[in-house]
Write a protein that binds this ligand. Structure first.
Ligand SMILES: CC(C)(COP(=O)(O)OP(=O)(O)OC[C@H]1O[C@@H](n2cnc3c(N)ncnc32)[C@H](O)[C@@H]1OP(=O)(O)O)[C@@H](O)C(=O)NCCC(=O)NCCS
Length: 176
Protein backbone atom coordinates (compact mmCIF):
# COMPACT_ATOMS: atom_id res chain seq x y z
CA UNK A 1 0.00 0.00 0.00
CA UNK A 2 1.27 3.47 -0.87
CA UNK A 3 2.34 5.58 2.13
CA UNK A 4 0.07 8.50 3.03
CA UNK A 5 1.40 11.61 1.27
CA UNK A 6 3.17 14.07 3.52
CA UNK A 7 0.81 16.95 4.37
CA UNK A 8 2.63 20.03 3.19
CA UNK A 9 1.80 23.53 2.02
CA UNK A 10 2.86 25.11 -1.27
CA UNK A 11 3.38 28.85 -1.17
CA UNK A 12 5.73 31.64 -2.21
CA UNK A 13 8.84 32.29 -0.13
CA UNK A 14 8.15 35.08 2.37
CA UNK A 15 10.09 37.57 4.44
CA UNK A 16 9.63 35.43 7.58
CA UNK A 17 11.25 32.36 5.97
CA UNK A 18 14.88 33.34 6.59
CA UNK A 19 15.58 30.63 9.18
CA UNK A 20 13.80 27.95 7.15
CA UNK A 21 15.84 28.95 4.10
CA UNK A 22 19.10 28.66 6.07
CA UNK A 23 18.14 25.24 7.47
CA UNK A 24 17.16 23.99 4.02
CA UNK A 25 20.36 25.34 2.45
CA UNK A 26 22.37 23.05 4.74
CA UNK A 27 20.47 20.05 3.38
CA UNK A 28 20.72 20.76 -0.34
CA UNK A 29 22.80 17.96 -1.86
CA UNK A 30 25.86 18.85 -3.91
CA UNK A 31 24.38 17.10 -6.93
CA UNK A 32 21.37 19.48 -6.88
CA UNK A 33 22.94 22.96 -6.85
CA UNK A 34 19.92 24.52 -8.54
CA UNK A 35 17.54 23.65 -5.69
CA UNK A 36 17.40 27.34 -4.81
CA UNK A 37 17.26 28.57 -8.38
CA UNK A 38 18.66 32.08 -8.64
CA UNK A 39 20.17 32.18 -5.13
CA UNK A 40 23.80 33.21 -5.27
CA UNK A 41 26.41 33.47 -2.56
CA UNK A 42 26.28 36.83 -0.81
CA UNK A 43 22.58 37.29 -1.56
CA UNK A 44 20.35 38.01 1.43
CA UNK A 45 16.74 36.86 1.79
CA UNK A 46 15.38 40.20 0.54
CA UNK A 47 17.63 40.07 -2.54
CA UNK A 48 16.37 36.58 -3.25
CA UNK A 49 12.73 37.60 -2.78
CA UNK A 50 13.38 40.44 -5.24
CA UNK A 51 14.97 38.02 -7.73
CA UNK A 52 11.93 35.72 -7.46
CA UNK A 53 9.51 38.64 -7.95
CA UNK A 54 11.40 39.96 -10.97
CA UNK A 55 11.62 36.50 -12.52
CA UNK A 56 7.85 36.07 -12.10
CA UNK A 57 7.03 39.47 -13.54
CA UNK A 58 9.11 38.82 -16.63
CA UNK A 59 10.89 42.17 -16.48
CA UNK A 60 14.66 42.35 -16.96
CA UNK A 61 14.88 38.97 -18.64
CA UNK A 62 17.91 37.97 -20.66
CA UNK A 63 17.46 36.48 -24.13
CA UNK A 64 17.09 32.85 -23.07
CA UNK A 65 14.96 33.54 -19.98
CA UNK A 66 11.17 33.46 -19.60
CA UNK A 67 8.81 34.55 -16.80
CA UNK A 68 8.80 31.87 -14.12
CA UNK A 69 6.91 31.31 -10.87
CA UNK A 70 8.77 29.69 -7.98
CA UNK A 71 6.76 28.04 -5.22
CA UNK A 72 8.12 26.32 -2.13
CA UNK A 73 6.86 23.31 -0.18
CA UNK A 74 6.72 23.68 3.61
CA UNK A 75 6.16 20.89 6.11
CA UNK A 76 5.38 22.81 9.27
CA UNK A 77 8.16 25.37 9.53
CA UNK A 78 10.57 23.35 7.34
CA UNK A 79 11.20 24.21 3.72
CA UNK A 80 11.35 20.81 1.99
CA UNK A 81 10.94 21.33 -1.75
CA UNK A 82 10.33 23.74 -4.57
CA UNK A 83 8.95 23.88 -8.06
CA UNK A 84 9.35 26.37 -10.84
CA UNK A 85 6.74 26.91 -13.54
CA UNK A 86 7.75 28.64 -16.76
CA UNK A 87 4.96 30.79 -18.16
CA UNK A 88 6.03 30.16 -21.75
CA UNK A 89 8.73 28.30 -23.63
CA UNK A 90 11.36 29.25 -26.17
CA UNK A 91 12.21 26.60 -28.78
CA UNK A 92 15.22 25.55 -26.70
CA UNK A 93 13.24 25.33 -23.46
CA UNK A 94 10.51 23.41 -25.28
CA UNK A 95 13.11 20.92 -26.49
CA UNK A 96 15.07 20.16 -23.34
CA UNK A 97 13.69 21.87 -20.24
CA UNK A 98 9.92 21.98 -20.41
CA UNK A 99 7.56 24.04 -18.27
CA UNK A 100 8.29 22.65 -14.81
CA UNK A 101 11.33 21.98 -12.62
CA UNK A 102 11.12 20.48 -9.13
CA UNK A 103 13.31 19.25 -6.32
CA UNK A 104 12.78 17.80 -2.86
CA UNK A 105 15.31 17.69 -0.01
CA UNK A 106 16.63 14.15 0.53
CA UNK A 107 15.01 13.69 3.95
CA UNK A 108 11.55 14.23 2.44
CA UNK A 109 11.78 12.15 -0.71
CA UNK A 110 9.49 9.22 -1.59
CA UNK A 111 6.61 10.76 0.33
CA UNK A 112 4.67 12.05 -2.65
CA UNK A 113 5.94 15.64 -2.45
CA UNK A 114 7.25 15.97 -6.02
CA UNK A 115 4.16 14.31 -7.51
CA UNK A 116 1.88 16.65 -5.59
CA UNK A 117 3.98 19.64 -6.70
CA UNK A 118 3.79 18.58 -10.35
CA UNK A 119 0.01 18.14 -10.13
CA UNK A 120 -0.22 21.57 -8.50
CA UNK A 121 1.90 23.08 -11.29
CA UNK A 122 -0.31 21.52 -13.96
CA UNK A 123 -3.44 22.85 -12.27
CA UNK A 124 -1.93 26.32 -11.82
CA UNK A 125 -0.74 26.38 -15.44
CA UNK A 126 -4.26 25.67 -16.66
CA UNK A 127 -6.05 28.07 -14.33
CA UNK A 128 -3.65 31.01 -14.30
CA UNK A 129 -1.72 30.77 -17.55
CA UNK A 130 -4.18 29.03 -19.86
CA UNK A 131 -1.66 26.27 -20.61
CA UNK A 132 -3.74 23.13 -21.03
CA UNK A 133 -0.82 20.83 -21.71
CA UNK A 134 2.61 21.05 -20.17
CA UNK A 135 5.90 19.81 -21.54
CA UNK A 136 7.86 18.10 -18.76
CA UNK A 137 11.34 16.66 -19.21
CA UNK A 138 13.97 14.77 -17.23
CA UNK A 139 17.41 13.29 -17.79
CA UNK A 140 16.99 9.87 -19.33
CA UNK A 141 18.76 8.26 -16.35
CA UNK A 142 16.72 10.14 -13.70
CA UNK A 143 14.42 7.28 -12.73
CA UNK A 144 12.93 9.17 -9.78
CA UNK A 145 11.86 12.13 -11.91
CA UNK A 146 10.59 9.80 -14.61
CA UNK A 147 8.45 8.01 -12.00
CA UNK A 148 7.12 11.35 -10.77
CA UNK A 149 6.08 12.42 -14.27
CA UNK A 150 4.49 9.08 -15.07
CA UNK A 151 2.64 8.95 -11.73
CA UNK A 152 1.06 12.29 -12.71
CA UNK A 153 -0.08 10.91 -16.06
CA UNK A 154 2.73 12.25 -18.24
CA UNK A 155 2.72 10.78 -21.75
CA UNK A 156 6.15 10.03 -23.20
CA UNK A 157 6.65 11.85 -26.52
CA UNK A 158 10.30 11.15 -27.28
CA UNK A 159 13.83 12.12 -26.37
CA UNK A 160 15.92 15.20 -27.03
CA UNK A 161 19.61 14.96 -27.79
CA UNK A 162 21.18 18.06 -29.21
CA UNK A 163 23.12 21.24 -28.71
CA UNK A 164 20.89 22.72 -26.01
CA UNK A 165 21.58 19.99 -23.47
CA UNK A 166 24.65 17.98 -22.53
CA UNK A 167 22.37 15.13 -21.37
CA UNK A 168 19.74 13.22 -23.29
CA UNK A 169 16.29 14.25 -22.08
CA UNK A 170 13.07 12.28 -21.96
CA UNK A 171 10.11 14.45 -22.94
CA UNK A 172 6.49 14.13 -21.82
CA UNK A 173 3.16 15.87 -22.30
CA UNK A 174 1.07 16.36 -19.20
CA UNK A 175 -2.51 17.61 -18.93
CA UNK A 176 -4.20 18.90 -15.80
C1 LIG B 1 13.08 13.52 -8.45
C2 LIG B 1 12.59 13.99 -7.10
C3 LIG B 1 12.05 15.41 -7.22
C4 LIG B 1 11.45 13.05 -6.63
O1 LIG B 1 10.84 13.61 -5.47
P1 LIG B 1 9.93 12.74 -4.49
O2 LIG B 1 9.18 13.70 -3.64
O3 LIG B 1 10.78 11.74 -3.80
O4 LIG B 1 8.95 11.98 -5.49
P2 LIG B 1 7.56 11.27 -5.08
O5 LIG B 1 7.63 10.86 -3.64
O6 LIG B 1 6.44 12.15 -5.48
O7 LIG B 1 7.60 9.97 -5.97
C5 LIG B 1 6.77 9.81 -7.11
C6 LIG B 1 6.98 8.44 -7.67
O8 LIG B 1 8.35 8.27 -7.99
C7 LIG B 1 8.86 7.12 -7.37
N1 LIG B 1 10.24 7.39 -6.99
C8 LIG B 1 10.67 8.41 -6.21
N2 LIG B 1 12.01 8.34 -6.08
C9 LIG B 1 12.41 7.26 -6.81
C10 LIG B 1 13.67 6.66 -7.06
N3 LIG B 1 14.80 7.18 -6.53
N4 LIG B 1 13.71 5.57 -7.86
C11 LIG B 1 12.59 5.06 -8.39
N5 LIG B 1 11.34 5.57 -8.19
C12 LIG B 1 11.27 6.66 -7.40
C13 LIG B 1 7.98 6.93 -6.16
O9 LIG B 1 7.98 5.57 -5.72
C14 LIG B 1 6.64 7.34 -6.66
O10 LIG B 1 6.04 6.31 -7.41
P3 LIG B 1 4.52 5.92 -7.15
O11 LIG B 1 3.71 7.15 -7.46
O12 LIG B 1 4.30 4.80 -8.11
O13 LIG B 1 4.47 5.53 -5.72
C15 LIG B 1 13.72 13.96 -6.02
O14 LIG B 1 14.32 12.69 -6.07
C16 LIG B 1 14.77 15.04 -6.24
O15 LIG B 1 14.64 16.16 -5.72
N6 LIG B 1 15.81 14.74 -7.02
C17 LIG B 1 16.88 15.73 -7.33
C18 LIG B 1 16.35 16.83 -8.25
C19 LIG B 1 15.74 16.27 -9.52
O16 LIG B 1 16.20 15.29 -10.08
N7 LIG B 1 14.68 16.97 -9.97
C20 LIG B 1 13.99 16.62 -11.19
C21 LIG B 1 14.63 17.31 -12.36
S1 LIG B 1 13.76 16.88 -13.86
Amino acid sequence: MRAKPLPFELRPLAAHDGDALLRALKQVPHDNPTFFQGLQSGMGLYDYLEWIAVRKSGTRLRAHEVPTTLLFAFFGSELIGRYSLRHRLTPALEAYAGHVGYAVLPAYRRMGVASAMLRHAADRATRELGIAELIVTCDEDNLASQAVIESCGGRFIGTYTGPWSARTKKRYRLSD
